[in-house]
Design a protein around this ligand. Structure first.
Ligand code: ZN
Length: 215
């Protein structure tokens, strides 16, 4: 099956299913719960591959009243074969994205769910750097910046969610004359968490437009 669901759509579906589970815990009226369930199903269905067995299995799994958090956590991964995974880059490929970096720390691939990634981000705690690999049409752009050691509560420039953010400062060459601009943005310290919160890619594209290196 050709995957058709994007990672940010998958995050959106997960958030809606988790909101449904939370509503079940808060709403005592059975009829009210059935209305909220119907709304959730109506919201997520257009994202799913039409007529696919996994779509049927997933929607059937959403039918029972008062689905628990545990059951929802088992149900959601059913969709993963239909989600477009983020590509796993080799050390060599990453090296090409960050040519100036001598000893590039590699992302912890084993801990990442590629179906949850709209972009790739990882930290090098030792040098207080953050690395980002952001898709841009048919290519990917590598962005490296300084990550402040302090974490504060604030809105992330990428996922637009309130959480633990740190100041990320990247340097962009803005003209052929060698003028550099430093851009500071507060973004989630934990990029895996950021991706789970990212349901609309527009802010990521806006962020990329500001920080991307000029050619
Ligand atoms: Zn974020």
């Amino acid at each position: 099956m050709e995957p058709t669901i994007t990672a940010y759509e998958y995050s959106d579906i997960k958030q809606h299913v988790n909101a449904l589970v939370s509503a079940y815990l808060a709403v005592n009226d059975r009829h009210m719960r059935s209305i909220i369930r119907a709304e959730t199903i109506a919201y997520v269905t257009p994202f799913l591959p039409e007529g696919a067995p996994l779509t049927q299995a997933f929607l059937a799994g959403l039918q029972p009243d008062r689905l628990s958090r545990k059951e929802a956590a088992k149900l959601l991964p059913l969709l993963e074969p239909a989600v477009i995974p983020f590509p796993q880059f080799s050390t060599k490929q990453l090296g090409k994205l960050f040519r100036k970096v001598k000893k590039l720390k590699q992302p912890a691939w084993a801990s990442l769910n590629l179906h949850e990634l709209t972009y790739l981000g990882w930290n090098d705690g030792g040098s207080q750097k953050k690395y980002l690999v952001i898709p841009d049409h048919e290519r990917v752009i590598g962005i490296r910046g300084d990550l402040a050691p302090q974490t504060i509560k604030g809105v992330c420039a990428i996922c637009q969610t309130i959480g633990n953010v740190s100041l990320f400062v990247s340097t962009t060459k803005t003209s052929g004359l060698g003028t550099y601009t430093r851009n500071g943005n507060y973004i989630c310290r934990d990029s895996a968490q950021c991706n789970r919160q990212l349901t609309d890619p527009q802010a990521l594209q806006d962020f990329l437009a500001v920080v991307r290196p000029q050619r």
